[in-house]
Ligand binder design. Structure first.
Ligand code: SAM
Length: 676
């Protein structure tokens, strides 16, 4: 028997605790609990299950767990009624004290330790969410989060799609297939958790921003806390999936960025790297907001590491046409430092080899200003920069360990300029030979302009190490990317490319559990990364699977030209096997009361209903049900379903009630590597 039923039965033994209609007077009981009312405590102690749940033993003495008892009653009250009682509790507090009283910051909100399943199977559905309470319904949550049975598995490649009978695995036994998982991401993340824990190098997510127009709109007062519960449940799983040197990029706008940062700090234990500001399309301010707010033109990406100490980002540069860059420097009154051209650099002599470095010296070194050089050679300064970039230099202080090694090793060499060749063992330049020049007397290093520029399509660009302001990525004309239409929130392939380039190398695993139109997987696929995408909504002809098919077949849009994408590879499509979710979808589709009543007959026979649903009572009140509006009838039927049973649990694979097919059993066992 469920705890609530036991409690209800026991409390109803006391006539003062029941109304004339036979309902429990919850608020009277809560008041009694607050004053440790003896009559109440005796009732609870008389039942062994209630005694165990609401009392604790300390040194042989029993103590009433008042908070737990009251929370339990309030929780049930919430499920039946409203959130109103919690609305004043949102705030930044630590140990229950508001930050005005403390110097540290923590984010505390109602239902923080609950699970929010966050289900939605069609874009327009804004379902009222259920908070599963972690402490008091632990058994139910375990079921909810159990790994699920897999269904409808197929592999898609250039030759089309084929049913999947086995996953590909590497020498360590890890799946190497790219995966698109259709289903609720909380449950899907729990499903892939064991297989991919500690193996994902990059997670990029672009969740609903909680703008009021997305699925969190249903209750404004609780927008922030509902959204935070939703994010927290999933971010905790994300952290488990990340590899020790992995990182997570969480995209959002200014509705939630500040709350999100505090939440991320909490979950990722202050492994904060940066917040990136992305310049997007300029949004409009219309209607009632006119004159009351500014036009929106930015979004934010919070970047966190699993472990800051183990992070090493690949060097990435932003490009600006060289001469434009120099002019903008001058316009901003900043001093442009690449102003000298080496005219003679002669007499290269090998001095010595030591510690993997090879040292050279030069016997003569002369230089001129760019201006003078242009004049002497009768060419424009712009041409000097374009043509002699390998001779144009600036000096800088020796700081890195390589430079310090050079200084130490060459103390006794009296050459005017010293160079060193070395091969980095990590990062983008791994294995390449790099030559660094030092001016002997001041031990200043020479940096050449050639190392700071790149020529593309006959244009010479200055490369600047990427900063936290990304204002160079086009947000226009995205509708063409990937051959799928996704008006709300499709991200530019170039943006995803930059993130993937910064954080991963070929073969690394990239995960996006808010896949949308599939931008992340499309880009990861073109960049030869292994990818996993999770999305709950089937977008039909604009679905991520359609986009990935286009990619496999050689999609020419987005970053294809940059990475010379010619098509190829494959991906595996999977679904979490639905159970009660099928009823929810039928209810959503129904257009009249008669169809809903037919669904109700089926639900009684086949579905799992909430434990506190009394089928007899439902039938007795059929006329009341018919008097409701169609949306209310739909909502009522959805509420009767046990949300723990939306999908089929792995533990029910052989349970005849769930009717799992031979194919489902085979592929599910293969995924979880179940031998028998
Ligand atoms: C802003 S869109 C992502 C767009 C994506 N970055 C792109 O470029 O196409 C957010 C996506 O998260 C999905 N989503 C929201 N809640 C989810 C849940 N509980 N499970 C799975 N997907 C969810 C939504 O259906 C939506 O497609």
């Amino acid at each position: 028997m469920k705890l609530y039923t036991t409690l209800e039965k026991q409390l109803k033994k006391e006539p003062n605790f029941i109304t004339d209609n036979g309902e429990l007077k919850k608020w009277v009981i809560i008041d009694k609990a607050r004053i440790f009312d003896e009559q109440l405590l005796v009732l609870l102690l008389d039942n062994s299950e209630l005694k165990e749940k609401f009392f604790i033993q300390v040194k042989g003495n029993l103590h009433f767990n008042q908070n737990k008892f009251i929370a339990f009653l309030e929780q049930k009250n919430y499920l039946n009624n409203s959130y109103t009682q919690y609305k004043n509790k949102v705030g930044l507090t630590i140990d229950g004290k508001y930050i005005k009283q403390r110097n540290e910051v923590a984010l505390v909100w109602p239902f923080k330790d609950c699970i929010l399943e966050g289900g939605q199977s069609r874009e327009e559905d804004k379902r009222e969410e259920i908070f599963f309470n972690e402490i008091l319904a632990q058994d139910e949550i375990t079921q909810l989060l159990e790994p699920k049975v897999l269904t409808n598995a197929k592999r898609i490649d250039k030759d089309g799609e084929n049913p999947l009978d086995q996953f590909n695995r590497n020498d360590n036994g890890t799946i190497t297939d790219n995966l698109i998982v259709k289903g609720n991401n909380l449950l899907a993340l729990n499903t892939i958790k064991k297989e991919f824990a500690g193996k994902v190098k990059l997670i990029y997510i672009d969740p609903p921003y909680n703008t009021g127009s997305d699925s969190f709109h249903y209750n404004d007062t609780f927008n922030h806390s509902t959204w935070l519960v939703f994010m927290k449940n999933r971010l905790e799983l994300a952290k488990i999936l990340l590899s020790p040197d992995g990182s997570i990029f969480v995209h959002c706008d200014d509705n939630e960025v500040h709350y999100l940062k505090v939440l991320l700090d909490d979950i990722f234990e202050h492994n904060f790297i940066n917040t990136i500001t992305v310049k997007t399309k300029v949004g409009g301010v219309t209607g009632s907001s006119e004159g009351k707010s500014f036009k929106d033109s930015t979004e934010f990406i919070n970047v966190f590491a699993k472990d800051k100490k183990q992070i090493l980002f690949n060097p990435i540069f932003q490009l600006t046409p060289l001469y434009e860059f120099i002019k903008s420097y001058e316009e901003q009154d900043k001093s442009w430092k690449y102003t000298s051209v080496i005219t003679t650099l002669e007499g290269k002599t090998k001095l010595k080899e030591s510690n993997g470095y090879c040292f050279y010296g030069y016997s003569s070194f002369k230089s001129k200003s760019v201006k003078q050089f242009a004049k002497d050679n009768n060419i424009s300064e712009e041409d000097v920069y374009r043509k002699y970039s390998d001779k144009i230099f600036r000096t800088t202080n020796a700081q890195s360990s390589v430079r310090k090694t050079v200084i130490n090793e060459t103390q006794d060499c009296d050459y005017p300029i010293i160079s060193v060749e070395y091969s980095p063992i990590k990062g983008k330049n791994k294995g390449n030979k790099i030559e660094v020049f030092y001016k002997d007397t001041e031990r200043n290093m020479l940096m050449f302009l050639a190392d700071m520029i790149i020529e593309e399509n006959d244009i010479v660009y200055y490369k600047e190490k990427i900063s936290t302001l990304w204002d160079d990525i086009q947000y226009n004309n995205l509708s063409k990317e990937g051959g799928v239409d996704f008006p709300n929130g499709k991200k530019p392939e170039l943006l995803i490319k930059r993130i993937i380039e910064l954080t991963t190398n070929e073969g690394d695993i990239v995960l996006d559990y808010h896949l949308g139109s599939g931008s992340t997987c499309a880009v990861a696929h073109k960049m030869k990364r292994q990818h996993i995408g999770i999305e709950q909504i089937d977008y039909g002809s604009n679905d991520s699977t359609v986009r990935l098919r286009n990619v496999v077949e050689g999609d020419r849009s987005g970053i294809s030209k940059d990475v010379n994408w010619q098509g190829g590879g494959s991906f595996v499509y999977l679904e979490l096997k639905k159970y009660n979710q099928t009823f929810i979808e039928q209810i959503e589709e129904a257009t009249n009361t008669d169809s809903l009543l037919q669904i109700w007959e089926q639900m009684k026979a086949k579905s799992f209903l909430n434990y506190n649903v009394d089928i007899k009572k439902q039938s007795e009140h059929m006329e009341d049900f018919k008097a409701l509006s169609l949306p209310e009838q739909k909502q009522h039927l959805c509420e009767l379903l046990d949300k723990n049973q939306l999908y089929v649990n792995l533990s029910s694979l052989y349970d005849s009630d769930f009717n799992c097919s031979k194919e489902e059993k085979k592929i599910t066992k293969d995924f979880y590597q179940i031998k028998k």
